[in-house]
Design a protein around this ligand. Structure first.
Ligand SMILES: Nc1ncnc2c1ncn2[C@@H]1O[C@H](COP(=O)(O)OP(=O)(O)OP(=O)(O)O)[C@@H](O)[C@H]1O
Length: 452
């Protein structure tokens, strides 16, 4: 049962008449379970019953209001204490707030209204906190590695091995892979499986933000820092403090901003544009790019010092065409998700449909597979997707290979390489599909090795 369903109020009041009135006010709401106490020690002895809120009288026979507040807040931190007092002296109120009181209400005519108001605010805050907690738990389950990242191929097993190395520490992670291979999914999974899971995950797509705005987006600015800065802005690094920042498409960052980013990472602090306050940062950085950053570095488009700072644990996400039978696992998963979210009956895939999915080469990777599956789910009849329900926008795998000009031997090597990846390095399967002997495959593989 949540706190909100049984809202237990402990009220400490030694005056018999006032105690009766207080009990009446607090019990006006059926949701409230009210327990009255005459002495401070009785209330302290009952704290293990976990009240949702405590009201105390400032002047008590056996101890002072300060003493009770201190003892309650040290044993039950987070449980709000409302002080009800005959004194209207501001100094007393300030002192009690310092000791941890949540609110201070004087025994005046409008006490009923003020007390119920304070309780309502506490209930709203507590139910919001519960909701946030619940959503966070849901998110962390949603992003459990094997639930969010579907895949069982050898290529993906290597990815999972790397991911498990990133969760118990704060090391920077650099994710590479073609578009649509799941870089953002992986970044979120790392965050929600790490000790930072309860703190923010902030994603910034560098390619989507015009260069002149990017600096203020990342580091923030003070009001009046430049023309158009009409209000203070908290930057993404500050927003992510305590959690993780995901810098997507890092390879698109302008070289001049790269220097500023390097400084922020090295100093672990940020100063908003136009400001002087130094803000300490405790942020884990995950980057992603579809580019080969080492090549960008050699071409002087990416700073060498920043490259090495950001490298951390490199995670390479293989393209979908190299994930073997994962295509079918993913297709079934995406199909089920689509049917569930649209209230449709379960849909299956015919044998020919599965073969077509395996044969296609997915230039747009999983994002493209998702679009293909969703369209087929709408087009199909009798709850089964058949080959003719698919619409592939790119050319076939064979056409893609044939578009290059190579020698026959090079074609053979390319074909064998592709089939090995597609069938998860299973030589027997590849031999069967290509209708050649296993020895021929081993011979080509050996040749590839010596050429590399
Ligand atoms: N292994 C996976 N299991 C399940 N769904 C996945 C997986 N990988 C990617 N997806 C899904 O594929 C889509 C594309 O993934 P995502 O946006 O993470 O790719 P990306 O590599 O970041 O793409 P881009 O480079 O274009 O930003 C999303 O809908 C995501 O949920």
């Amino acid at each position: 049962m949540s706190n909100f369903e049984s809202f237990k109020i402990f009220a400490l009041e030694d005056n018999a008449v006032f105690s009766k009135m207080l009990h009446y006010i607090l019990s006006m709401d059926d949701e409230h379970e009210v327990v009255m106490f005459k002495e401070g020690k009785d209330l302290l002895n009952a704290l293990d019953q976990k009240p949702s809120v405590i009201t105390i009288d400032y002047t008590l026979p056996d101890m002072t209001g300060e003493e009770v507040i201190q003892k309650v807040t040290s044993r039950l931190p987070g449980v709000p204490v409302i002080v009800i007092s005959g004194q209207t002296d501001v100094k007393t109120a300030i002192k009690l707030f310092k000791y941890g009181a949540y609110d201070y209400i004087t025994k005046e005519e409008d006490i009923r209204e003020r007390l119920l108001n304070a309780l309502n605010k506490i209930k709203t805050k507590q139910s919001l906190e519960e909701e946030v907690q619940h959503l966070r738990e849901e998110l962390s389950h949603k992003y459990e590695f094997d639930k969010s990242i579907i895949g069982n191929s050898n290529a993906m097993k290597k990815v999972f091995q790397m991911l498990h190395k990133t969760v118990d520490n704060n090391i920077t992670v650099s994710i590479t892979g073609e578009t649509g291979t799941g870089k953002e999914v992986v970044a979120k999974a790392i965050h929600y499986n790490s000790t930072r899971a309860k703190k923010p995950f902030v994603a910034v797509n560098i390619a989507a933000i015009p260069t002149p705005l990017l600096e203020s987006e990342l580091f923030g600015h003070e009001k009046g820092a430049f023309t158009g800065a009409i209000a203070k802005r908290v930057g993404k690094f500050e927003e992510a403090n305590g959690g993780t920042i995901f810098l997507d498409e890092i390879g698109e960052m302008d070289i001049s901003l790269q220097a500023k980013l390097l400084r922020v990472i090295q100093e672990r602090e940020v100063v908003r544009i136009g400001g002087s306050n130094v803000i300490k940062l405790d942020v884990r950085i995950i980057t992603a790019t579809h580019r080969d950053l080492s090549k960008e570095m050699k071409a002087n488009r990416f700073r060498e010092d920043l490259y090495y700072r950001l490298l951390g644990v490199p995670v390479y996400l293989p393209p979908l065409r190299e994930r073997g039978n994962d295509v079918i696992l993913l297709a079934k998963h995406l199909l089920q998700e689509f049917c569930n979210s649209n209230g449709m009956n379960a849909i299956s895939l015919s044998a020919e449909a599965k073969q077509l999915l395996i044969d296609y080469h997915y230039p747009g990777n999983i994002r493209e597979l998702k679009a293909i599956i969703e369209l087929a789910a709408v087009m199909c009849s009798e709850n089964e997707i058949k080959a003719e329900d698919f619409q592939f926008s790119g050319s076939s795998d064979v056409e893609a290979i044939m578009s290059k000009e190579m020698t026959l031997k090079e074609y053979n090597i390319e074909i064998i390489q592709r089939f090995m990846k597609r069938y998860d390095d299973n030589v027997a399967n590849v031999a069967k599909k290509l209708d050649i002997g296993k020895v021929t495959i081993y011979r080509y593989l050996k040749e590839m090795e010596t050429n590399n």
